[in-house]
Design a protein around this ligand. Sequence first.
Ligand code: TRP
Length: 331
Amino acid sequence: MRVLSGLKPTNRPHLGNYFGAMRQFVDLQTKGDGFYFVANLHALDQVRSAAELRELTVGVALDYIALGLDPARATLFVQSDVPEVSELMWILGSVTPVGLLERMHAYKDATAKGREADFGLFAYPVLMAADILLYASDVVPVGKDQKQHVEFTRDVAVKFNVTYCRDFDPQTGKGGALTLPEPLILEDVAVVPGTDGQKMSKSYNNGIPLFGTDKEWEKATSRIVTDSKGVEEPKDPATCNVFQILKLFLTGAERAEMEQRYRAGGMGYGVPKKMLLAKIHERFDAPRAKRAELERDLGQVNAILARGAERARAAAQPVLDGVRRACGLSG
Ligand code: TRP
């Protein structure tokens, strides 16, 4: 079973990225043949500084390895190190109805906000479909916001297979040149609120950084917005931003106990905030140290990425050969 996912190198990762997607990557590496890549081609329409893009790209690789992704087990690579993906994107683009792209949330949201869309933003889902299909991925772990993209990928794969592959059976999804992928979404943690209660997102500037400094962690946890209930008043954990983040770190028993303390009253919001800060340290101090160590040895990281790209290209070759033959680009 091939498990594949990508992460865009557009920002330093925050807890929302971790609980929404990154943690799944690390957990899933024991369950299948994991392919994880840094989507630097996808970042081009957002990051317009070469130096910054280089730094963010290596940064995401460091993040994954520091969080426990084992390069001996999973394949970690940089998207643009496999140029085959761009060719497949063009081929897929040739069977993609424009109407389908116009209905994608990311494009609709951006244009609704008045952003002038470039072709990269519009075609983003086609490149993502190429990422997924090039490696015959079976399962794609992603945050909830990416579900539509995986469904789009299936639609495009079906379209290609129906158009070009005589043996393709739409009932079973088998017999085509392209494998149909399934999204894998962790529903209960898919949306992590930020310090202001909106979805944690770089664009809202409400994130808690995954690899922050002590100071950044302290500042971010203390600025989480709460209501103005006094210490003695009973509080509702379900509507408390602090609890919504804290609960991601808690076991069932810890969670029940904390909910109890909220409802009983007599506890100010400082208590769960401090507890959250302690939990962040407990979970991320060691990965943070490992990341710092890797950062001092980038040669090792680059070697890991080079090996990853080699493995990824080897997996891509037979798929692209099949696609080229199916549509008549080769004999
Ligand atoms: N679009 C994804 C995101 O913004 C990143 C991504 C690019 C991706 N290609 C992918 C995810 C392929 C899964 C599979 O997070």
